[in-house]
Design a protein around this ligand. Structure first.
Ligand SMILES: [Mn+2]
Length: 355
């Protein structure tokens, strides 16, 4: 366990005692699985996937008024605007694992507050709240989807040896070279695109009993999820193929595409880095004159490179050491890459100097 046992008990008690919980969750596998786990425990309430922006804004208060909850749970969102918390007229529980944020009028649970190095994913923590063994596969999807092997991985492998080999040591191998990884990919596809479709698929996921319903298409519900995922996967595979053709001797692998609706850059950049671990991956989606980029590198520290690359340009970005997101104007992309290369060279020299 990674939050304190009392913390899990507190959250569980609030869930047990409420009647109309309203869940807001990040629309990635970790956030979605955290919702699924708590909803499947409570069997009550409703869920709202929160797209794109990292913060839950006061705009979402309309959802609160519409539903009239007696408890709000916010899952895997890095930020909540204080306005939202001030405007919500019921208790709010927030479970997250991004950097600590100070807010009032919220019960905040973040493993980093107990141990600064503990980044345990929200789905893993949600699993410890409900502790429903039959839902372990959902917690695994969430954790591995966030590049973490949960503490109960061994138990999972014993129960589902065909989904994940017990000798897998790296989350990326679980993600890209196992049936569990296949399942995570399916989930990540069905939570993309049209909101009404996304909500339909999540609703179905609240009722699916086993991973084989989906993987082996054993029930109409499982079949539906698979069919929807395959539709979206077609587009993904087409883009990935195009991106792989861009590979050259260049250390940078740059790929951009145009799409108003669906973003694949996160998944693409992860998969490209897995296939080509020595490259720096820049995957971008063009939308309304801007490029939304996902950058990945195993060896380089990306935030300082991105910062230097953005100098003098209109753009913003940030993220983790080896995984970053950035927005730049389409017309400035060339200059961004040029400045990025310069910064790369400098960092490369520093690296050699240190050896
Ligand atoms: Mn997460």
């Amino acid at each position: 366990m990674v939050l304190h046992p009392e913390q899990y008990a507190e959250i569980r008690k609030s869930l047990d005692e409420c009647k109309r919980p309203l869940f807001f969750f990040d629309d990635d596998p970790d956030g979605t699985c955290a919702f699924l786990l708590l909803y499947r425990y409570k069997r009550e309430g409703t869920g709202v996937p929160v797209k794109s922006a990292p913060n839950l804004t006061a705009q979402f208060l309309s959802k609160v008024r519409e539903y009239g909850p007696d408890l709000i749970l916010v899952l895997d969102k890095p930020l909540i605007d204080q306005d939202f918390l001030d405007g919500a007229d019921c208790p709010v529980i927030w479970i997250d694992h991004h950097g600590h944020v100070k807010r009032e009028r919220v019960r905040y649970y973040n493993p980093r507050d107990n141990n600064p190095n503990d980044i345990t994913s929200t789905a893993i923590n949600a699993y410890y709240v409900g502790q429903q063994k039959e839902d372990m596969w959902i917690a695994m999807m969430g954790g591995v989807g966030d590049w973490q092997l949960p503490p109960f991985t061994k138990e999972f492998c014993e129960q589902y040896p065909d989904l994940l080999d017990k000798d897998v040591k790296r989350p990326e191998d679980a993600l890209f070279a196992s049936k569990l990884g296949r399942l995570i990919k399916i989930l990540s596809f069905v939570i993309k695109g049209k909101t009404s479709e996304v909500i339909k698929c999540i609703k179905i996921m609240t009722r699916i009993k086993s991973p084989y319903e989906i993987l082996r298409e054993e029930t109409p519900q499982g079949k539906y999820i698979m069919k929807r995922a395959k539709q979206i996967e077609e587009r993904y595979d087409e883009l990935l193929k195009m991106a792989m053709k861009k590979r050259s001797k260049d250390l940078l692998l740059i790929f951009t595409y145009q799409d108003d609706k669906m973003s694949f850059t996160k998944e693409m950049s992860n998969e490209l880095l897995y296939k080509f671990p020595n490259k720096i991956i820049v995957a971008g989606r063009e939308k309304s004159g801007e490029l939304k980029l996902s950058l990945r590198s195993r060896d380089y520290l990306l935030p300082p490179l991105v910062q230097k690359a953005l100098e003098g340009l209109e753009g913003y970005g940030g993220g983790h050491e080896h995984a970053c997101g950035t927005n730049v104007k389409v017309g400035q992309f060339e200059q961004f890459i040029e400045q990025f290369r310069t910064a790369m060279k400098e960092q490369g020299k520093e690296k050699k100097g240190r050896k």
